[in-house]
Design a protein around this ligand. Sequence first.
Ligand code: SF4
Ligand code: SF4
Length: 282
Amino acid sequence: MTETERLKEVGRRAGALVVGVAAADAFNTYVPEGHRPQDILPGARSVVVAGSMGPTAGAWQCPDHRVMEITGYDFRENVAIHVMCDFIEREYGYRALQAPSLPTSGHTPPMSMMLAAVLAGLGTRSLAANIVLHPEYGMLYYAALLTTMPLVPDHPLEKDVCPSPPCVQMYRKLGTTPCLAACPAAAGGCLDGAIDADGRIAYSYYDRERCTARAMTFGISGLQKALVQILTEDDAEKRRAMIYSDFFTQSLSALSFYKESVAQCFECMRVCPVGRTYRKLR
Ligand code: SF4
Ligand code: SF4
């Protein structure tokens, strides 16, 4: 086993479903200064990306969609990244740190996990909110680490995962795909797109602000909205009811555990055929 293969195996044993490697330099073509691996870890040479399933197959099948809010995010990819960081530093003596992926301003994180996943050959962007689809598993959650260790990089996939063949067929007949039909921008949703004669994405549109308001109703955004309403409510009884409401309680719970707050809408992915095999068990 090479050092790169050994490291990937450590990540998989720690809970990652897939692990890929990108060269740190590969980001320079796509991102501005300040967001490149070397800006975050001076001397960074490699980026290791771990992906894991979010919601389990069972969670996808639950008829109450709200269950997805509390069962979908268990951070296995983050655990795998921490374990691989420790392994690199203790076993090989190179520096490693988890890539910062939560926004520090607006919705922009210091580093894009989507780009990291694409450059590490784990998937390609889709018509559904640009979500990166793995060719076998479909939607995965991604985390990454930066390291000064030289590793053998993977390469971006040569074939686009989206649109999948059944989606191309549907588009030819109906002018839409499952995800676009689930959330059409023209009818108050967030998505629009077109597929060209070669069956590739010709155009895609994603209204991120609208999606955030629809998909992330609990968590940071929900709490901020609720606080403004509570603080500007003059009626003491109403204020009390708002504070003890299910909504406010769930918003606090989401923040406390940072588990329920990730997303409350998976509809564009629920209908996506990529990875469906793994969401339909017995
Ligand atoms: S997550 Fe929900 S709101 Fe956002 S694009 Fe998908 S279906 Fe639309
Ligand atoms: S349903 Fe999935 S594969 Fe089909 S177009 Fe949408 S994201 Fe792409």
